[in-house]
Structure formats: structure tokens, C-alpha cells
Design a protein around this ligand. Sequence first.
Ligand code: FMN
Length: 327
Amino acid sequence: MLETTITKMFNIRYPIIQGGLQGLGTSSLVAAVSNAGGLGLITAGSYSSKEEMLRDIEATRRLTLEPFGVNITIGVRKPMDEFVEGVIEAEIPVVFTSGNNPEKYIDLFKRHNIKVVHVVPSIRFAKKAEKLGCDAVVVVGFECGGHPGKDEVTSLILVQKAVQQLSIPVIAAGGFSTGKSMLAAFALGAQAIQMGTRFLATKEVQLHSLLKSRLLQLQETDTIIVKKSIGKPARVMKTDVAIKLAKLEENGASFEEIFPFISGEAYQELISTSNDNRGVLALGQTVGLVNEIKSVQEVIQEVITEYEIQLQSLANHFKNTTCSDRV
Ligand SMILES: Cc1cc2nc3c(=O)[nH]c(=O)nc-3n(C[C@H](O)[C@H](O)[C@H](O)COP(=O)(O)O)c2cc1C
């Protein structure tokens, strides 16, 4: 147990939240994260209808008695209003919204006692989320897998500044995958971390096994930003297809020309078959720190243990040192 404002808000044991993961934030991963003491997030973008999502929420409830939430990415071509209805019907306690402005749904969630956390890549949007009545924000730095926003500001700056400027709790995302990084997040003032990339190399995630193994070979330099030309920058695994896509964009390709690489269909094919002729996989720089496929329980325990050891070690190291000693 490691208590923070966020663990109390969500009634969880550890301040570790699974990121929304399109196509991968489904029952097996979500239940494993919640069973291990974190907060799993069913990712609405993984389903084509409310009914499909509700069936997987049921499946998750058969696998865990612990709390879990739902991530809804607003603005993607999906039946958003239906997903919102589904969350209310299923009595989900917490929703993480991302993408476009969640304003339209906030009152509705609040009326049903659902906590709302908005995921943002900038201080401007973080302040807006607070103003709209969100209970917390996730700030996502440039290192992250998925959408880092257009300003290209890293977590080290974003998290501190969000904590300085907001009164609601801040969850740090983008580059967090170890106990040391969780300790750093707390030092910056965050109340929890959200991890996406780290959960891709776990036994429970429904990602093709060849892709999981491939992650272990990658360095922190093996990601690339694509989709900049359409105003939705995304950090993805640096594959031949991703490089080709980035080049096409640099050369002014039209949306029709790049669409085959970024369609939901191409992505689904990639994650389920590992065939990377078309789609691209969101992936963060922290992949360079991931060396082993583990169970989710092992990942979370490893983060907690490393956090405790590092905290103790820093406390011992600086015990007899005051700043004046060094002057
Ligand atoms: C494969 C993958 C899919 C993702 N899909 C979504 C999504 O559907 N919605 C969303 O809000 N964020 C999505 N993200 C972003 C994560 O929720 C999270 O913010 C990010 O991974 C944190 O940075 P990290 O990768 O450095 O841990 C995705 C990330 C990855 C790696």
C-alpha cells in the first residue's frame, strides 16, 4: 500500500494507472493491473459498439473485484455518446477522457458520481480541464507513446508546472516505467504515474507475441513522431513503415496518401498479426528501459520495490549532508 491523493480517490493500493491503450486496454490487461493494486482502464477505442464494450466490462468483472475505469478518447471516429452511456450503465467509478474537450460529458458523469480525469499534453489544456470541473489531470510529456501534443515539452517540465499551477491532483505520464521514475514523479509533485509503453511487454496484454519480443530489442532512440502533418503528432515504433510515413508527410503527402498507414484496420492487423506492412504502433522512449516480458503483477511489484529501495538509498545518502556542507 502506498497512499496518495489519487489512491484514495480511486480506492486503489498503488499510485499506478494503466494508460488508455487502443486495442490493448481490454479485460485481460485491465483486470491484471487492478488485481495488482493499480487502476486498469478499459479503452473504449478498442470496441466498435457500446455492447461490445459492455461485454468486455463484464468479462473484466469476472476477472477482478478491484476498481477499474474506462478511457474514452474524444474525437476519434467511434460512437462516443454510446460509450458514455455504457460507462454510466455499467456504473464505472472513474473515466479518463483524452483527445478533444470533454466539456459536453462532464456534468453527466458528475451527476452519476463518476470521477473524471482528463489527459492533456500542455499546461493550457490542464488549466482548462481544472476549470471544467475535472477531478484530476494526467499530464503527458513528449517522451510518451501515443500523442504528446504539439508543444514538444517533456514530462520533467510539464509535471512540475502543472503541480505549480493547478489545485487538482496531477498524474504524471510519458516516460514512466520504473520505480526510480515514479520517485522522480513524486519529487515533481505528482500523485501517481500513468504507464502505457511498459504494459506492452507484459504477459496479459493482447499484443502479438512477436511484437512483444521485438520491444525488448529496442532502444530509447527507436521511436519516431508521425502524423504531424495532420496536426495529431504521435510517437510510434520506428519501423520501415513509420519512417516511410514520416517521409511522405515531410514531402507534403495528402491525407488520402497517409490514411492507409494510420487507419484503425491497419493498426488492428499490426497488433493482432505482427504484420507491419501498413500500421504503426504507438510507443514511448521508455521502451529503452524495458528488457523483459513479465506478468503485470511482476511489473507493478518491481516498480514498487525499486521505488522503496531508491527512496531509502537517497535518504541514507543525503542523511548527513546539508546544503551548507557543500558551500
Ligand atoms: C500502444 C498504445 C496505444 C495507446 N492508445 C491510447 C488511447 O487509445 N487513448 C489514450 O488516451 N491514450 C493512448 N495511449 C497513450 C497512453 O495512454 C499513455 O498516455 C502513454 O503511453 C504514456 O506514456 P508512456 O508510453 O511513456 O508510458 C496509447 C499508448 C500506447 C503505447
